[in-house]
Design a binder for this molecule. Structure first.
Ligand SMILES: Cc1ncc(COP(=O)(O)O)c(C=O)c1O
Length: 400
């Protein structure tokens, strides 16, 4: 789909074509619709439907009050923020992290953009798993690099380290992996990540160039059923671990996150300097208020059991209706199969009834659709009968 078809654009061709790669999701996210309508059921993205947590607001309110004239000045990242992040993240991931190896960012997407800028040269290849998060390709293209896809397994979205190995060429510079995975909700198990690490070690030696692993861990704290997050950074030194408060605190427009390097990162002294300089030059540093609140924000999470209960209710109800779907291990999303192969047509039908979801085409998996569990319980109640009507309508149409 050409997002800009028929429009005269006085912008870089480069920008138009990289953004065009996200056309199928932008079409859904940017189309006019009345999400404020009382009947609207917003399953589109991980967006809050209820007021932000009072503890979160309190932390921001405290952080807004300056304690010195330089409080709102330019400057290096606030030391207590990187120290708090290194210790809390290190404990969660089982790594000894140095505060100097933390770069504060404006969320995971800003961390990714920063790393692409700092690590990728024009003509490099970046391997990404498919289904990918819908803006990876745009970011790779914006770096004048070439995206190379490796499919996750059809059955359960597992990583395929052998396929990654085959995709690597002398031009490969980075591999993006996303765990817990959006949209499937898979947490990659240790054996798959260890195998991936072995593949990347061998391939880096073979091509004579360090292949960086960009581990997008935006959902690392939205875990269900007592599961644990495992970072590939434990097994592969050249890993950047990207984290975000967007999901953990469900306040994604208030931008903050970080990228962390493990102590085993090769050449980390130089990388520290380059990333710090690049983050200052590109404006990916979070605002003072977010930096100052960070030690407190690190301790907060949204009500994950509430999301888990919503997952259980929707999975049980949708399976009863005849949808085929896995129960996610983590993250915000259900990713059921659609009763027809054209998921866009199916999602358009739901949208006409004010049930807003994303079609699998946005994730390179037609035949599926994505629903965010951040919808309110009231939205779920209103949507369930419409989802039931949808499966009957489309199954009947297919049978005739
Ligand atoms: C897999 C993945 N990576 C990155 C992001 C971007 O996160 P942030 O808001 O922290 O930039 C998202 C947001 O939906 C995501 O799902």
């Amino acid at each position: 789909m050409d997002l800009f078809a028929g429009k005269h654009l006085d912008v870089a061709r480069h920008a138009a074509s990289s953004l065009g790669s996200a056309a199928s999701v932008l079409r859904f996210l940017m189309q006019p619709r009345d999400l404020a309508h009382p009947d609207a059921c917003d399953f589109l993205a991980g967006n809050p439907q209820e007021m932000a947590m009072p503890e979160y607001i309190d932390a921001l309110q405290r952080a807004v009050v300056p304690d010195s004239p330089s409080y709102y000045g330019y400057g290096p990242p606030w030391g207590p923020a990187t120290t708090a992040v290194a210790s809390a993240l290190g404990e969660r991931l089982g790594l000894e992290l140095d505060p100097q190896d933390i770069v504060l960012t404006r969320g995971a997407s800003s961390g990714l953009a920063l790393l692409m800028h700092a690590l990728i040269d024009p003509g490099d290849q970046v391997v990404m798993m498919s289904p990918p998060w819908f803006f990876y390709e745009a970011m790779v293209l914006a770096a004048s690099a070439e995206p190379v896809r490796v499919p996750l397994s059809e059955a359960d979205f597992s990583l395929d380290p052998d396929a990654v190995e085959q995709a690597i060429t002398p031009r490969t510079r980075a591999v993006i992996v996303n765990t817990p995975h959006n949209p499937s909700g898979r947490i990659y198990p240790e054996d798959q990540l260890r195998n991936l690490a072995l593949v990347l070690e061998k391939a880096s030696a073979r091509i004579g160039r360090r292949i960086y692993l960009l581990s997008d861990e935006a959902y690392a704290r939205i875990l269900f059923d007592g599961r644990q997050m495992i970072t590939p950074g434990r097994f592969y030194g050249a890993t950047f671990m990207l984290h975000s408060y967007s999901k953990t605190l469900l306040a994604p427009s208030q931008r903050a996150g970080y990228s962390a390097m493990p102590p085993s990162m090769p050449g980390r002294e130089q990388l520290r300097f380059v990333l710090m300089a690049a983050s200052l030059a590109s404006g990916t540093v979070p605002d003072t208020v977010m930096q100052r609140a960070m030690p407190e924000l690190e301790k907060l999470t949204i009500d994950i059991p509430a999301i888990e209960r919503r997952r259980d209710r929707m999975v049980a109800e949708m399976r009863r209706m005849g949808y085929s779907l896995a129960s996610p291990e983590a993250g915000f999303y259900l990713f059921p199969r659609t009763p027809i192969s054209d998921a866009t047509e199916f999602c358009d039908w739901l949208a006409e009834r004010r049930i807003y979801t994303l079609p699998g085409e946005a994730f390179e998996r037609p035949g599926h659709f994505r629903l965010s569990l951040t919808a309110s319980d009231a939205m779920v109640e209103r949507a369930l009968p419409v989802l039931e009507e949808a499966i009957h309508t489309f199954s009947a149409a297919r049978a005739t």
